[in-house]
Design a protein around this ligand. Sequence first.
Ligand code: HEC
Length: 196
Amino acid sequence: MNFQDPLFWRAGAVSTTLVMLIVLAFLSVDSMRYIEAGGINVPKYDVINHAIGYEYEWSRSADVPVIGAEEPLFGKKVTEQEAEQIMHKGKLVIQSRNCMNCHTIFGNGAYYGPDLTKSWLDPAWTQIWMPATGKATKEEAMVEFLMHPDKYPSWQRRMPNLKITEEEARATVAYLKWISSIDTNGFPFGFGRMAP
Ligand code: HEC
């Protein structure tokens, strides 16, 4: 082996790059098993037909979503395909209004407003917004809040009215319910149990 020969170093660089490309491809495919809807950490979209809880699991030292009994969103069971269309709409609402300019989802975004990753599980919906909006269910209270956040402030910082239609608000609530069911290794820590 001649360490003075540039060809030696070139061959080394090329082979290392090739091996790392294979490792990268493997890791990308492997990550998809965890992060796609229906993957290991992410329930399918029709999880919105079920109750979702959040319980501390001692063996993992983290809060973990618990998918419970049937509890369809807005009392209407949806098929997997319908759920997918609703999620698509909900995601577009969140992108079009740039909610991430004020909120965080999965650690991405801003902290002017509360973290939305587990917002569906926020005790404030039943404790503050159901009485404030006079709605009988959590999801209806969420729709009313999203359409008129300026009418129901609960905090010193206010959310502006973003002219969200009822259909858009319902899709956004479905989206928020679905993301709350995703196993995020306990992020955000102590949600719903600790003061923000
Ligand atoms: C200009 C900043 C801003 C934007 C943009 C914004 N929000 Fe908010 N949002 C807030 C603030 C501030 C609050 C807290 C309001 C309160 O408690 O009175 C809030 C509260 C919320 C809550 C209640 C969260 C909880 O668990 O307490 C939800 C849900 C929500 N926003 C969703 C959205 C969605 C969805 C969008 C985009 C369609 C959006 N927000 C855009 C500032 C914003």
